[in-house]
Design a protein around this ligand. Structure first.
Ligand code: AMP
Ligand code: FE
Ligand code: FE
Ligand code: ZN
Length: 284
């Protein structure tokens, strides 16, 4: 295992624009030593990524970014080295993906009342079996020339303040942390302090999550505010949570670049040491 280590990336198995193979090649080109594949609510990219990560001489930490919800807040939980066949986790992720699909169909139907967008346009932007999200709707809007890029779609048509938006089902973070630990995985809260201080979980809730087995907080991430980072650094040190850093690379779907934030290799070793669900894919 060696660095630099980027522990949060997406492929076309969710809302990244590159296949797992292309993503591992990009990781090799970016000079990464270790990468985690963390597609939303799916482990379907693991096998393909493992073949190419070995070829690239990179260590792969198979993972997932599990969707959770706390009141109205969407909270993302990175889950490293889970057992991909754990029954409870499989059941929960299937439920989330199914709800994401119905929700996307609803959003598209409402947008379709005002713009020439149909469900087939979204399917054309979505890999078979992928976890569907607003980014696929954004890509369809781009292909139709309605917006210039994903960012413009998220700032406008896909923003929650519009009448088109709806949330999807997701478990609460505490339930999710317990699920991930029960599946032998290591849970880390992704981008815990995005813009808007009230989007952060209440401080006492972090203690509950820590008591339930939360391992760490993704502090070095471009969506965390500088002010927020200071707050969560203090919370992490008080609760004994580990700090990670990563890019949240989505290919051309976001400006985030591979390796723009990284995680200490000692932290990677601790994650591997605590996990019992699956093993890292080591290069020869
Ligand atoms: P959803 O889970 O369907 O609500 O969509 C949220 C996803 O959209 C997140 O996982 C982000 O990766 C992506 N996303 C959010 N905001 C933007 C943006 N401004 N540009 C591109 N992707 C975004
Ligand atoms: Fe995403
Ligand atoms: Fe996320
Ligand atoms: Zn992500």
């Amino acid at each position: 295992m060696h660095g630099p280590a980027d522990l949060h990336t997406h492929s076309s198995v969710s809302d990244g624009t590159e296949t797992p193979t292309q993503l591992m090649r990009a990781a090799g080109a970016a000079g990464l030593g270790t990468i985690a594949l963390t597609d939303h609510d799916s482990t379907a990219g693991w096998a393909e990524a493992a073949v190419e990560s070995r070829r690239q001489g990179i260590t792969l930490l198979p993972g997932m970014e599990l969707s959770t919800r706390y009141e109205w807040r969407s909270v993302h939980l990175l889950a490293y080295l889970i057992d991909p066949l754990n029954g409870d986790l499989l059941q929960e992720t299937a439920k989330i993906r199914e709800s994401r699909l119905r929700r996307a169909e609803g959003i598209v139907a409402r947008i379709g009342d005002d713009y020439p967008l149909s469900w087939s346009d979204v399917l054309a932007q979505t890999r078979e079996g992928a976890t569907v999200g607003r980014p696929h709707i954004a890509d369809a809007l781009v292909a139709l020339g309605i917006v210039a890029d994903r960012g413009e779609a998220f700032d406008g048509i896909l923003h929650p303040r519009t009448g088109y938006y709806a949330p999807h089902y997701a478990p609460d973070p505490l339930t999710a942390v317990k699920l991930v630990r029960a599946a032998g995985g290591v849970p880390v809260i992704a981008h815990p302090v995005p813009a808007g201080r009230d989007r952060m979980l209440p401080e006492p809730y972090f203690r509950e999550l820590a008591d339930a087995g939360l391992f760490g907080l993704e502090i070095e991430h471009r969506e965390n505010t500088e002010e927020g980072k200071a707050v969560v650094r203090r919370i992490a040190s008080e609760l004994g949570l580990v700090a990670t850093g990563s890019s949240d690379y989505h290919g051309t779907g976001k400006p985030n670049r591979l390796g723009e934030n990284t995680t200490d290799i000692d932290v990677v070793r601790r994650i591997v040491g605590e996990a019992t669900g699956s093993a890292p894919v080591l290069s020869d």
